[in-house]
Design a protein around this ligand. Sequence first.
Ligand code: SF4
Length: 917
Amino acid sequence: MNSTSQTISQATVKTTCPYCGVGCGVLAEQNGQGHWSVRGDPEHPANFGRLCSKGAALAETIDLPHRLTEPQVRQTDGQLAAVSWDLALNTIAAGFRAAIDEFGPESVGIYVSGQILTEDYYVANKLMKGFIGAANIDTNSRLCMSSAVAAYNRAFGSDTVPVSYEDLENADLVVLVGSNTAYAHPVIFQRLVAAKERRPEMKFVVIDPRRTATCDIADLHLPLAPGADALLFNGLLVALADADKINQAFLADSVDGFEETLATARTDAPDIDTLAQRCGLKKSDLEQFFNWFIATERTVSLWSQGMNQSATGTDKGNALINCHLATGRIGKPAMGPFSITGQPNAMGGREVGGLANQLAAHQGFTPEAIDRVSRFWGSDRVAQKPGLKAVDLFAAAGSGKIKALWIIATNPVFSLPDSHAVRAALATCPLVVLSECVDNTDTAAFADVLLPATTWGERNGTVTNSERRITRQLPFIRPPAQARHDWWVVCEVAKRLSFDDGFNFPNTAAIFREYAAMTGFENNGSRDLDLSAFATFSDAEYDALPPTRWPQPANQQAKEPFADGRFFTPNRRARMIAVRAQGPTSALTPTYPLRLNNGRLRDQWHGMSRTGAVPKLLNHASEPTVSVHPQDAARFRLRGHQIARIGNANGTALARVHLDDNQRPGSLFMPMHWSQAFSQHGLVNALTDAQTDPVSGQPEFKTQAVWAEPYPAKWYGFALISQRLTVPSLAQFSGGYAVLIPGDGVVRIELAGIDAPEDWLGWAKRQLGTLDARNTVPQGFEQGETAHWIEFADPANGRFRIAQIHAGQLDWVLHITADSRAVDTQWLAGLFRETELSTLQLADVMAGKPAGAQTDVGPIICACFSIGRNTLLDAMAEHPIPDVKTLGACTQAGTNCGSCIPELKALLAHSALVATP
Ligand code: SF4
């Protein structure tokens, strides 16, 4: 798919996907008509040409809706008004200066994001820690992997990821912990699937309370009790010791803390029966896992948010790393503990110092590091101690300690725990600045200064992926109107704060050179991060930088970290950390009897501001759902496709019930993606506590105790609204369930409510708009032409159908029923394209179904080709289909990005079961 945005280059441009931490290389290509398309870069070592469904749809996001195009400042009447860049920048500088002068540098803060580029990160960190003089800059990466950072630092004395994607493929055993890789890092999953096809003897263990799509490659799935990760790995350490698999030579040469760590682990795991019972696992499964780990030297353990997003996430990470240190399975090919990052540049942020507890370039707040950084930056104001981590930063804004807060490229109202408290904090904070590319995020409503930022396709810089590989992100279209790069805005504010000398960068190449020089400054092998080979790059060399893993020291051969058994602690030995396993912070009680987990979907990214603009990416899952095991559904009277209300003391959420026996009984799962821009009450973080890990500051997102009950809806329905009309705000439906689902030319709003109006036609006119609300008169129509309405009413059965028609075209359609059913609206959406509806078509609209033989394709499984479940089942009924490849040959499903292959396999397996007498 493609776009016609204003072009700055005719050539193919090599860039990087802006979504997950896999960091896939992307080729953006323009055809003769000026349309842009994307495909995977076959030469990029992260993906070798592959893209998942999100990456493959990137060209469809070039013309983003709701784009911010000019700076805005809130006026005395409370409204935002467009202003010049000069005024906006002066407003920010004046607000920061006033707070610093009156309350000190600790009274201001910057909150950045794993979405921004390393060069943006570098100057933001330099401004806050180097020149304002406090360390109150933190990043939303705090929410996804700061526990892994803390665990690495405790074990290695450095934040070094010691594994590559190639190691993963070459391992004989891959242990995936708390990671639905198939959805969250799809191209890594595809690489693992391909590796298993090449070497069928390769083994996979998936450790996750849910049976996720990643279990498609599992030789063993351990449905671990929520939060029991440290317990499991303490048990594994004991099993390794009892099997005499401890690498004594490696311990003697390279590791401290083994005896104490093992003794502590034995306290947690006295015997295998107790361990199995506490982990909620079958003893035989546990033994199988331990035996494979004991027997397999080439083992990679990959972990993600399922371990990190915990109030004991750091301990969990160390419990896992302990097993690799004890066996010496680190620093060698095809083995090691691998924390895979969520965001495209979480790693770049970690590297420059975007976390509040790191100073800069992998240096902490030791007196030596502060002195070194002060001399390098030529500043005597460098922060002397760590700053406020994400949750604490916003709490400080709420308590009045933070007077000015600048948020860059992130949506904390959506992504931080306890969203009610975050809203209150932003409403309290005297100055909230937001740099964003779109104007409809949940956080935008709280901005006093709203700055239009450039975004993917326009920005120029570098990102680092999960395997420490730096890749260029290059621009190929011009930013719209007055959108500006984040690095430029930060430097302009710095100059207005009188820090001119440190921020006179002409371009990102100059920033990158300074950053690379900093990593090598007085390093001499004492720090892991060293990019000094790039410090003398010309602009042309920077532009041509191929994807490269660090370290890259100047005048030296790059060495793989830890290959020599030396680490970055003061005595150069790794540390095993004794940890006691602890359960989730949120206690189950009779009032809150269920655990709520949350995570990613296959086709969406974060708050959906980009992926939500692509209709086909909403086909796979278009509404917030809550997955419920059938046993729990029966216990709490929840029925499939009805709406559930989930709640606790923090708040409530509404979500469509999805019955799913892949859920662990007692646990619910909701996708994390629904912000208020898309769903009135689908926000998971309305429920999560702001409980954090005491070491890493990462919140516990995944084990919230909640109750669940049926939402007592009296009516259900949907509205389809032509995009010729002003789409109503979801806030108009705040009393009930309302979800916005953008489509091609038509927006769908799924609705349900408790109070039914007396007069549905009047309600519909008020809620959905009349001709007066039209923002443009379609071509060929007369100004002032009136609309008319057709209506079907069956009050006895609670059925109402109303349509507004203008000049023969549908403006909107509302269908209301008394019960909740999945309805195919594709045919109805198609009628919005008709320029003169026939009498027969109008009759179909009122009948609620097409008279002709339209096919219901069912829920979409293959997003690339919009192929639904029913189409696939029909193909299976018609042909003997033994495998996914044959299914792809018959239907095209799964033949592009491959993200849907686990679901295709599940469908084939299910249909084989059904067919077996
Ligand atoms: Fe982008 Fe998908 Fe690759 Fe992640 S796996 S970087 S989302 S294409």
